[in-house]
Design a protein around this ligand. Structure first.
Ligand SMILES: Cc1cc2nc3c(=O)[nH]c(=O)nc-3n(C[C@H](O)[C@H](O)[C@H](O)COP(=O)(O)OP(=O)(O)OC[C@H]3O[C@@H](n4cnc5c(N)ncnc54)[C@H](O)[C@@H]3O)c2cc1C
Length: 347
């Protein structure tokens, strides 16, 4: 038997940020990855403290951004790579009213550090009313982050490339196959619906598509443009545009309507030809109250869940991995807004 403090089930943002917390606190663990392309790996990697429809911010945005930057520094110290791309978002204004609203909101205490008061005009794309820059916004190099961390944990023999089988947990002996564990944390995204311990969790899948395109006239490589969706450079001279939102079409193949929506959205502000080279989709694990779900199973006290990261997987995953760690190891209560206990119907 091999003794481990933790088994992590899953391999998206929730799982990897949690693995990082365990690593820096010298806890032993293994992480189960069934090797599917997670929603996290399909994500755009946008790190954004502002809701760009209404120009508002959200709970603990500044704290979350600061904590993410500190965490990515720590991760760089052992993988040797910086995954933070500090290229800001430029939001294309639809009209003068939006400009006025942005300026008004930029006076607000909570938003003043995020909404730049000087507007920029961009080359190549249509932006008749200019753009507003979101200060402190950035991007994660999504592919680099997952490749770097998977390689690191594989070299440390902490990555188990298998589907975790719930029927093999022995909750009275605290064993799973050859492992003797103290805690198991399920970070499974929408697949949690199949988990017999947490299947009641009120997680609603929200399907998102993105396209990767070759632009006939290139745009600046140092910004992220936002109009309807996000446009930014990735690799091989391609640009990412996405992602869409859909709560209805939940089948596991590409929706033509989502692709059409993306083509239309991009054509609205990019007036030249472009060619779609790749299309992908994933399912965001969302919660009606838009807050993650963290907590301990009511009967099996060493089983935990970390889910509901919604549209902000990077910020939520990073920040709340520490809250969950502190809850388990330091007995620090979870914020009631994110605690599993807010759903009384869940066992
Ligand atoms: C198109 C799109 C764009 C997005 N853009 C952004 C963005 O720009 N910024 C942002 O912050 N967020 C973004 N998101 C949201 C973000 O991707 C999600 O919040 C995040 O991926 C959720 O992470 P997770 O770890 O909870 O779940 P997931 O990423 O779904 O990971 C769960 C993983 O666990 C694995 N798993 C489950 N059960 C088992 C088992 N029994 N054994 C082994 N493995 C198992 C699954 O296969 C899966 O790979 C986007 C999402 C989409 C779809």
């Amino acid at each position: 038997m091999k003794n481990v403090d933790y088994i992590i089930v899953g391999d998206g943002y929730a799982a990897l940020f949690l693995a990082h917390q365990l690593k820096i606190n010298d806890k032993s663990f293994v992480l189960f990855s069934e090797g599917r392309k997670s929603a996290s790996q399909v994500s755009a990697g946008i790190i954004n403290p502002v809701v760009l429809k209404k120009f508002t911010t959200f709970w603990k945005a500044q704290e979350q951004i600061d904590f993410l930057k500190e965490t990515l520094h720590q991760i760089e110290s052992y993988t040797g790579e910086n995954y933070l791309i500090e290229n800001p978002i430029h939001r294309i204004f639809h009209d003068e009213n939006e400009q006025k609203l942005w300026l008004k909101k930029s006076e607000n205490n909570e938003l003043t550090h995020f909404l730049d008061k000087n507007f920029d005009h961009l080359e190549v794309v249509k932006n008749d009313f200019n753009t507003g820059k979101v200060n402190q916004s950035a991007r994660l190099n999504v592919n680099g982050f997952f490749t770097g961390l998977f390689n690191f944990f594989e070299n440390e023999s902490q990555l188990i490339k298998e589907k975790f089988d719930y029927s093999k947990i022995n909750t009275s002996q605290n064993t799973y196959e050859d492992f003797n564990f103290k805690h198991i944390i399920f970070c499974e995204g929408i697949v949690v619906k199949n988990n017999p311990y947490f299947s009641d969790l009120p997680i609603d899948p929200n399907k998102g598509h993105h396209i990767k395109v070759k632009l006939s006239v290139p745009i600046s490589p140092n910004i992220t443009i936002k109009k309807k969706h996000f446009l930014f450079p990735v690799n091989n001279g391609l640009f990412f545009y996405g992602g869409t939102y859909d709560r209805e079409q939940l089948h596991h193949h590409i929706d033509d309507s989502a692709v059409e929506q993306l083509i239309k959205g991009l054509s609205e502000f990019y007036p030249y030809d472009f060619e779609i080279k790749d299309t992908n989709f994933g399912f965001r694990p969302t919660v009606k109250d838009r807050r993650p779900i963290l907590g301990r199973h009511s009967e099996h006290k060493n089983l935990y869940v970390f889910n509901g990261l919604g549209a902000r997987g990077i910020l939520n995953g990073c920040y709340f991995s520490k809250s969950l760690y502190d809850f388990i190891e330091e007995n620090i209560p979870l914020h009631k807004e994110v605690s599993l206990d807010r759903f009384t119907t869940v066992k």
